[in-house]
Design a protein around this ligand. Structure first.
Ligand code: UDX
Length: 452
């Protein structure tokens, strides 16, 4: 662990992507300087406290900061001048029309470019933020050349390198990636990033491709759209299964997945996909297609199916409970997937809003995400501190996230605590125990035939 690499890198933006990269690179003995415009975040990291609940960041940040492998600064000049490569890891949230907001990327590039004006020697800039196809070439390159007064490919390098990290395993996804994509604006820049990666992975690189920045940008968006398509596809089949006597979406998905051309992943039917990437990147790809004169009907359908799926969950409750006005509904699980505390674009939040909109009184519980949910849902709902408290005196319970602890609920618990024992299981957490439910428990699972 003491063989510190000669590389020094700065990371602009200490959010999910930036902090996970900082930790992963520091674990690979690269010296990292972190910069963020948010002073509170800087202070936390300086103390070795992770602002994100990513398990490996929480675990390693303290010692990496203590050992000096990660240092943070409020001074972007310092960040650029003391390093060889700057990674741009700022957010590109959705604008009102669905397109990506590039203001944070522009701002980071302007800061870096301004410092590069006075910096001697070659400095490489790598955009990790997800930016729409053609942005690196048409927006970032001219801005960086303009602000720095230097030419890309001579004194300044520029690449786009997409990240494919998943929340909950982000650091691991960087340490052992399935693939690396270098989107190079010119060969010298690509060579520099390639050399850095060879050193990071000590020559044992995962499959790596070098291509133009536009192809790399497309690879990122197309990958996320494809994953989203698989989820919307299986949710479409799930809807059909609910109407066909005896049908079970998990059996269908399993059978499909045995074909290696299809594979098993991302075929789990549920309440719809959420999170910070899949919905946002799909919207940005739709807008980019339209901007370049193409109407992407398939991409729009993926999005529409997802929106309908969340509404469908509420319809499932209405089908058994009738009008939801003044009914008490429990929602178990608020994070957009199990194991994390992130509720951004979570199907659970949309489902809660639909329920509230229909006049239901909603009580919610999540093992990790309650605090984040409070910021979004405010006093619209009641917050329970356990799943038992959540279902108490309710007319229906909806399981939206497949947290392991929910499996502990028994039919006996439902009968004891609930006013009416209606259980809507969007992730089929209880499907293996269906035989334990008697006719007093109305059990409905997404993707399972509603008919006998
Ligand atoms: C995703 C991509 O996996 C990652 O490569 C990219 O860089 C960022 O976006 P993440 O947002 O962390 O990662 O979540 P992911 O694990 O992909 O799940 C996204 C959503 O799809 C969740 O709401 C999840 O519950 C849902 N999902 C996923 C399903 O409903 N069914 C599945 O089979 C898989």
């Amino acid at each position: 662990m003491n063989n510190l690499s000669t590389w020094k890198v700065s990371i602009f933006g200490l959010g999910y992507v930036g902090l996970s990269h900082a930790v992963a690179y520091a674990l690979k003995n690269i010296r990292v300087v972190g910069f963020d415009v948010d002073g509170e975040k800087i202070e936390l990291v300086r103390k070795g406290v992770s602002p994100i609940k990513e398990p490996d960041a929480v675990k390693h940040l303290g010692s990496l900061v203590k050992d000096g492998k990660i240092r943070v600064t409020e001074n972007y000049r310092d960040a650029v001048l003391s390093t060889d490569i700057s990674f741009v890891c700022v957010n590109t949230p959705s604008l009102q029309d669905g397109s990506a907001d590039l203001s944070q990327v522009r701002s980071a590039i302007s800061m870096i470019g301004e410092v590069l004006r006075d910096k001697e020697g070659f400095h490489l800039v790598v955009v990790n933020s997800t930016v729409p196809p053609s942005t690196t070439e048409n927006v970032v390159k001219p801005l960086l050349e303009d602000v720095s007064g230097k030419k890309i490919g001579e004194d300044v390098g520029l690449c786009f390198m997409p990240e494919f990290l998943r929340e909950g395993s982000a650091v691991q996804d960087i340490l052992s990636p399935w693939r690396i994509v270098i989107g190079e604006v010119d060969k010298k820049s690509g060579d520099a990033l390639h050399q850095f990666l060879l050193d990071v992975y000590r020559g044992k690189l995962p499959p790596l491709i070098r291509t133009s920045s536009v192809n790399a940008e497309l690879i990122k968006y197309a990958s996320n759209a494809f994953l989203a398509m698989r989820v919307s596809f299986i949710n479409t089949i799930a809807r059909l299964c609910e109407l066909l006597p005896g049908a079970n979406v998990d059996v269908v998905a399993h059978g499909m997945g045995l074909d290696p051309r299809i594979g098993t992943r991302y075929l789990k039917a549920g309440p719809g996909f959420g999170g910070i990437c899949l919905p946002k990147d799909l919207r940005a790809l739709i807008r980019t297609s339209e901007k370049f004169g193409y109407d992407p009907v398939l991409l729009k359908a993926i999005y529409k199916v997802n929106e309908e799926q969340m509404r469908h969950v509420v319809e499932l409750v209405e089908n058994v409970s009738g009008n939801l006005r003044n009914k008490d509904v429990a929602v178990l699980g608020l994070a957009f997937k199990a194991g994390i505390d992130d509720v951004r674009e979570s199907p659970a939040i949309k489902i809660v809003n639909y329920l509230v909109g229909r006049g239901a009184r909603v009580k919610v519980y999540d093992p990790l995400a309650i605090e984040n949910a409070k910021n979004v849902l405010g006093n619209k709902v009641m917050y329970a501190s356990s799943m038992y408290e959540c279902i108490r005196d309710c007319d229906a319970v909806i399981v939206v996230t497949d947290w392991k602890e929910f499996k502990r609920l028994t039919p006996e618990d439902l009968r004891r605590f609930m006013r009416k024992t209606v259980l809507i299981d969007t992730r089929r957490v209880f499907i293996d125990r269906i035989h334990e439910f008697d006719e007093k428990v109305m059990y409905i699972a997404v993707g399972i035939s509603l008919l006998p």
